[in-house]
Design a protein around this ligand. Structure first.
Ligand code: ADP
Ligand code: MG
Length: 249
């Protein structure tokens, strides 16, 4: 029996949209301070899975527990409290173009945490910008930043409320290989520094290999292979898991 603490526990999860059966009995655990990579081709249900986790969608059957609580059973207040513990960086989540970096980080902070002093807000913003390696960008506009820098600021904004779980949806999409490597390092640094447990959704196997303690491959609505990179890929027997590997390497 594995004694590690599970922060997320998914059992027999099912979700359909009309005739489209997206999730068909998903089982998955996320352990504390683990980086778990979820791989699956476009449209396989990766985003649906994490939307159920934060209560943006509700499953048809099965269980989704986060910190031991069944998400579908939470009332509005409990759901809001849970969401504050989960840093959700949406696919293509953009910074507010008309706000400076400081304002982009301040906005979610003052909206969700009452009675902070100016000094507390400034210290928190400076700490986070330092954490993502961009302390000098504080007064810049998003349009002055590179793609990789925008991603970093997006990660800082997601971290500002001190989440215990980070959900990275396609963090390296659209970035060049060197910048991808930087973002992968950032994901590892964030775990080190903030002790987060993370789910990294990607179809970039280099990102998976660099950031993931374990990989989980979503195929036909279920996780067909779960394990370390070495366990899942080089000796994969399932043709579709194998094709993922062959395509990327
Ligand atoms: P991905 O693995 O690329 O993140 P998604 O989880 O976004 O895929 O979507 C999985 C499938 O579910 C897609 O076919 C998508 O069109 C469909 N889908 C997702 N959300 C909805 C929705 N709210 N209503 C109807 N269909 C949806
Ligand atoms: Mg998606």
């Amino acid at each position: 029996m594995d004694q590690r603490e599970r922060v997320v526990e998914i059992r027999g999860l099912e979700k359909s949209f009309g005739d489209l059966d997206v999730l068909q009995g998903v089982d998955l655990d996320l352990y504390r301070e683990e980086n778990l990579v979820v791989l699956g081709k476009s449209g396989s249900g990766k985003s649906v899975l994490i939307k159920i986790m934060v209560g943006l969608l509700r499953q048809d059957a099965g269980s989704m527990k986060v910190f031991g609580q069944e998400v579908a059973a939470l009332n509005k207040k409990e759901l809001n409290a849970l969401r504050l513990k989960i840093g959700f960086s949406f696919q293509n989540s953009a910074l507010y173009d008309s706000m400076t970096v400081r304002e982009n980080l301040e906005f979610p902070l003052v909206r969700n945490v009452k009675n902070l002093t100016r000094g507390e807000i400034d210290r928190r913003i400076e700490e986070l910008l330092d954490g993502v390696g961009l302390p000098q960008s504080i007064n810049q506009m998003p349009s002055e930043l590179s793609g990789g820098q925008k991603k970093r600021i997006g990660v800082a904004r997601t971290l500002i409320l001190n989440p215990e779980i980070m959900l990275y949806d396609e963090p390296t999409a659209g970035l060049d290989p060197i910048t991808c490597g930087d973002i992968n390092n950032l994901i590892l640094e964030v775990r080190e520094r903030y002790k987060t447990s993370s789910i990294v959704i990607t179809h970039d196997l280099a990102c998976a290999k660099q950031t993931g303690d374990r990989m989980a491959v979503l195929l036909d609505g279920q996780f067909k292979a779960i394990g370390t990179f070495e366990e899942v890929f080089p000796k994969a027997t399932d043709e579709r898991v194998k094709s993922f590997y062959d395509y990327n390497f």
